[in-house]
Design a protein around this ligand. Structure first.
Ligand SMILES: [Zn+2]
Length: 587
């Protein structure tokens, strides 16, 4: 980015941006993301805070003679991207695990081979962990089992995480360590799968999975806390490369919160983090154990506690409700999809779900973590103690349950941060209106459109998958996020998904739900700041706010005529608290 680094006195190295005298960026397209505001040309900051935004003349005048002036040469300046749902700590923990995604391990044999090769390097007191398998992408078109994992030939417990992080497979030693045998009763919202002989086959789902995942996670954090802290530093650099300047970690058990605080005290964490407290009894379990601890808003501005995180449904086993007519038309849709794909995996997946007919003649499927009474009770207790609440709700029935709980507490839920629903991946127009009326904001993941599960899923008629247009038109404030490592964390990739509604294979999904680049930019800046309670300090470019900035090579709002133009968008510089943390030109 040589032209950007040229200034009155010649070339300015990136580190100059860290100096206390004011810095000015001029000659750009500055989207302040203040609602309704026209683009500005220039921005100045000092000591990590924005001093002025306006025309080149206004801003250089305000910054004074000593300011370092840098020419943007027509580039686009935005508030740094905020990822409102990104498993930052989880991704760091997983970075020491064996990558078993389809690109690395296209079959169960390949996956076993990779795990076997890695086993020798895992300390004896730790679990051997693999991450990222997706049965739809395996040549075998099935989930691995304990007997597959036992072929690795290690005495260590083995856990293979599904890419969704809502289920996994345990080896025989893993099952034993988790106390699961043929007589084990699964916890509420947990599933232990069995083989024909009645023995656990290794597959554990939802809370039955999260208990085992917790043991594996603890074995790593206890043995190698320094590796975790170093991992945080390495990982944040990857995020700076794509313009992310703040992350909301949506699942932080107490022991991970302690490690985050250590990293913050040791100044090893430059990425501002909002931590959503989650249960320490198992990542997916209801967080009753956190109610007596620190509450929403506590902590320094760059490592603050956010909403209490509460799971309402599963992931691929999300809580769906539909009428008999909708069910019939979905079944036809599944047949058509299977015919088109010439694959029975779609029907196989559908066969994995059990349907129940209720007295209201609605057919329900999926896993539910809490009864309606329990979710109301937990929300009431949380709000009375000073927590805002974020519900994980993927299916429309879980979204309905979340709305019900927020309606129950009414104004007892504070305004900032607002009540949150994570995902709302499947909803209808009526749910969107009810959520909007209650001021609920939805934290969505546009890059989910690229997940294979949605390419093979018949969407029940009337339901919107990642219905951004429906939500925005209903008046919901929608925040952008990735749910990484479940999906890609690149906000510009998410922008392409939300604008084009295309999957990785180019297939269009519900194109009427497309939104504009400007709307996606708002989701990843102002709206994500709002959803995380961070709007007073970031999310728009206004004097007094943090100088968290991103420079793009072009303006997404005027270059979106073709997908090629969107594909050419790139981050050129990322600035956190006034300091350049990524510069494409120095790579
Ligand atoms: Zn998540």
């Amino acid at each position: 980015m040589t032209t950007m680094a040229s200034c009155r006195n010649g070339v300015v190295p990136a580190r100059v941006l860290a100096m206390a005298s004011p810095c000015v960026l001029t000659g750009g397209v500055v989207h302040t993301m203040v609602a309704g505001a026209e683009p500005a040309q220039a921005l100045a900051w000092a000591d990590g805070r924005i001093l002025a935004v306006g025309t080149d003349q206004q801003v250089t005048d305000e910054a004074g003679q000593d300011a370092t002036v840098i020419d943007l040469a027509g580039r686009t300046l935005l508030p740094g991207f905020i990822d409102a749902h990104h498993h930052f700590s989880g991704a760091v923990i997983d970075s020491v695990a064996v990558d078993c995604s389809a690109a690395q391990a296209p079959s169960i044999d390949a996956l076993i081979e990779r795990l076997r090769a890695a086993a020798a390097d895992v300390p004896p007191d730790q679990w051997l962990v693999g991450v990222g398998y997706d049965e739809l992408c395996l040549a075998d078109q099935r989930h691995p089992t304990r007997s597959d994992l036992d072929r690795i030939g290690t005495s260590r417990p083995v856990l293979l995480h599904h890419y969704s992080f809502h289920e996994g497979v345990l080896s025989s030693a893993g099952l034993a360590a988790a106390g699961i045998d043929r007589h084990a009763t699964p916890p509420r919202a947990g599933i232990i799968e069995h083989d024909r002989a009645g023995e656990p086959n290794g597959r554990v789902i939802e809370t039955a999975y999260s208990g085992a995942a917790k043991l594996a996670q603890d074995s790593f954090l206890r043995a190698q806390p320094d590796d975790f802290l170093a991992g945080l530093q390495a990982y944040q650099d990857q995020l700076f490369r794509v313009g992310i300047t703040r992350v909301c970690d949506p699942l932080v058990p107490a022991e991970v919160e302690t490690l985050y605080r250590t990293a913050h005290q040791q100044k090893r964490l430059q990425m501002p983090i909002v931590m959503l407290p989650g249960s320490s009894t198992g990542n997916l379990c209801p967080p009753w154990d956190r109610l007596d601890g620190a509450i929403t808003g506590e902590g320094p501005e760059d490592l603050r506690l956010g909403h209490l995180k509460v799971f309402l449904d599963g992931a691929t086993r999300c809580a769906i409700s539909m009428s008999l007519g909708q069910l019939g038309r979905s079944a036809l849709g599944a047949l058509a999809l299977a015919w088109r794909a010439r694959s029975l995996s779609v029907l196989h997946e559908a066969g994995d779900m059990s349907f129940r007919l209720g007295r209201d003649l609605q057919v329900r499927s999926g896993v539910r973590y809490l009864s309606r009474e329990q979710s109301r009770d937990l929300t009431t207790q949380a709000c009375d103690r000073g927590f805002a609440v974020a519900f994980h709700a993927i299916g429309n029935d879980a979204v309905d349950q979340a709305i019900d709980a927020f309606a129950h507490v009414g104004s007892r839920h504070g305004e900032l941060p607002p009540p949150r629903i994570e995902h709302a991946t499947l909803l209808d127009v009526d749910l969107a209106k009810r959520a909007a009326d209650l001021g609920i904001c939805v934290v969505s993941q546009p890059s989910f459109l690229e997940l294979p599960v949605f390419q093979s899923m018949p969407i029940p008629p009337g339901l919107r998958l990642l219905g951004h247009r429906t939500m925005l038109d209903a008046g919901i404030r929608v925040a952008g996020s990735s749910d990484a490592p479940v999906a890609s964390f690149d906000p510009l990739a998410a922008l392409r998904c939300a604008v084009s509604r295309r999957t990785a294979e180019g297939q269009e999904i519900q194109p009427a739900e497309a939104v504009s680049p400007a709307e996606v930019l708002a989701m990843y800046t102002r709206e994500a700041a709002y959803a995380t309670g961070s709007l007073p300090v970031c999310g728009t470019l206004e004097p007094g706010k943090r100088a968290d900035l991103v420079v793009l090579n072009a303006d997404p709002c005027t270059t979106h005529e073709t997908l090629d133009a969107l594909a050419a968008l790139a981050v050129e510089r990322t600035i956190v608290g006034g300091e350049t943390v990524y510069d494409a030109d120095s790579q």
